[in-house]
Unconditional design. Structure first.
Lengths: 324, 324
DNA sequence: TCAGAAAGGGTAACCGGTTACACATAGAAA
DNA sequence: TTTCTATGTGTAACCGGTTACCCTTTCTGA
């Protein structure tokens, strides 16, 4: 790879002038500029980003920390982030934290050592202190680290209301909820939303709420157990799509017909939800838009631009399909 | 962030000595070493990776270029690559090429400018020339760029044989194939494998092979068309899982029972294949292992170590589930 | 006519590491 | 005792850019 010195020599100017042409900064004569551009073309010169980063204390890179890219929610988010970052000239370093505090801190250190300009993170375990100590813009997505930090979330409560009311409107008279992990904010909110709608119903009891782990296995088990103890259940609101699919599998295993005998609604609107048979009715989050928004906000933050609002709560939508 | 100079000053030594301690290189007295380590701890010093990269002409980063991380095959691959890279101290820059030659070249340039040490790529459009010009180790995965370049693929032909023979063994007497895009090596091979098994059958004609685009929509359409023109079909081998699921949807739409009236086999063994109802019988690729192997090979290549074999063809397995 | 501003471009310091080289000292071999 | 080698440490060049600062030349306006 040719360096700026070689370009300077070929063009018969100093490196400073080449740099000025490159960055379109300072005064450069028309003729000189052409000479330099010619030399650049001739040598197929591309400036060394590492050297640039060292001087600027800024790499044109952002970090994306997710719990696990294999979790179907995150590929779409990652795609949105990468697309948007790329549009603004940034690269994306992918990190899988497994929600592990030690790994998370290690990634944070690594990103800082690499002079990344900003970080997008989805985590339940990260603390505000960790983030602030970094001294780099951080946007939190899907999960809230702390009020005050830039955050992108969705209307979990409202989505849960919508899902539960919808099941009622479909004629369900006994509606259960498979909730996400205790302590995870969005799981708590979705559960709370469900509870607000059903708690004044005469049939409701706490045993209609069962724990899941946001994965399929836990949900299958929970549903099997649920339908055994409460055979009267005719509607399930699962806190995410994977668990909703698990519920469908459990129902199928027991010979319970979906949607005729049991209606099921999920949450998230991941692509997966439309490949099942029957297709899943779900509360969709605008995942791509959220990733895009997060990245745009991060870019503004990195460029020290004004960014007015730093807390966004995206609306969610019910998509009616065949599981209800 | 503290710099090496500050550490040197605090420890009362020169920066060279600090560097020696850091890298465990050259002679350092026991007492001096302790002083330096103490200073490092005190300042919470972490060496600046960018400065290091500049001098070494090596960043501890590798690039991963995939067509689209949203394609369900790739998250698992990405996870494997990131896990393995991380284990060896490397970061991963994620790039979505959309199989677009221009984007691909742009990513290649960018990665080179950022001094990445190596690249893992999955692409049909990249040429050997592009790769060689980079002068960086590149491992191709899932798709073959050129014999001679480090490559990880699977036994596509054999997998197709297995799938087709399996359908025959299950009593299917008219077996169709939904193939992947023309010109894509693995699609061609899978099709060829199918053809080898069925072409001596008396019932076989080219009209049993239909084009798909490795996505669900194309497959639904193709299957609908196929079943209309050939109602006698009782088995379908789809060239990937997504298309197999598309075929299931089409069958469902026509009221054809899977697996009773129509058996379906997919290819890839992505996680998705086990969430459908009925679960999909498929030829599984060891995706995670492939990503792991690719990364390990890349690391060896980057460290100029001996790597004997550079072409791996992984075996595939039939997983029997409920779609057959 | 002449001061001051604008335009054009070079020199060298700097970013934060690594390492070749120089130098000093101590112990081992001759 | 002398010489050689191993050990320990500092100085400064270097990686490839950016930019503060300086110097010249040309233009502008009073």
């Amino acid at each position: 790879m040719a360096s700026i010195k070689e370009v300077a020599k070929l063009a018969g100017v100093s490196v400073a002038t080449v740099s000025r042409v490159l960055n379109d900064k300072g005064y450069v004569g028309q003729h000189t500029r052409e000479m330099v551009e010619q030399a650049i073309k001739e040598l197929n010169y591309k400036p060394n980003e590492v050297a640039r980063s060292l001087f600027k204390k800024q790499s044109s890179t952002i970090g994306l920390i997710v719990p696990d890219i294999m979790n179907p929610y995150f590929p779409e988010l990652a795609r949105a982030v990468e697309d948007t970052a790329s549009k603004f000239g940034y690269n994306v370093i992918l990190c899988n934290s497994d929600e592990d505090k030690v790994k998370e801190q290690a990634y944070l250190d690594m990103l800082q050592q690499n002079y990344v300009n900003g970080i997008i993170v989805s985590s339940n375990t990260m603390t505000a202190e960790q983030v602030i100590k970094l001294n780099i813009p951080v946007v939190s997505i899907d999960r809230e680290i702390s009020k005050g930090l830039p955050t992108i979330v969705v209307e979990n409560m409202k989505g849960a209301h919508t899902a539960t009311r919808y099941l009622i409107s479909k004629g369900c008279s006994r509606i259960a909820h498979i909730r996400g992990p205790q302590g995870v904010v969005n799981a708590d909110e979705r559960c709370e939303g469900y509870r607000e709608v059903v708690q004044q119903e005469s049939w409701f009891s706490e045993s209609y709420i069962v724990d899941g782990d946001y994965d399929m296995e836990s949900s299958i088990e929970a549903t099997l157990e649920l339908l055994k103890t409460h055979p009267e259940i005719d509607g399930i609101f699962a806190a995410n799509d994977i668990m909703a699919i698990g519920a469908m599998k459990a129902a199928n295993q027991l010979g319970t017909k979906v949607p005729d005998e049991l209606a099921i609604v999920g949450f998230d609107g991941i692509k997966l939800s439309s490949v099942t048979i029957p297709e899943l009715t779900t509360i969709v989050q605008p995942i791509y838009e959220m990733g895009e928004k997060a990245t745009k906000m991060l870019v503004s933050l990195m460029n020290q631009q004004e960014v007015g609002q730093t807390y966004y709560k995206f609306d969610v939508d019910l998509i009616e399909r065949n599981s209800t």
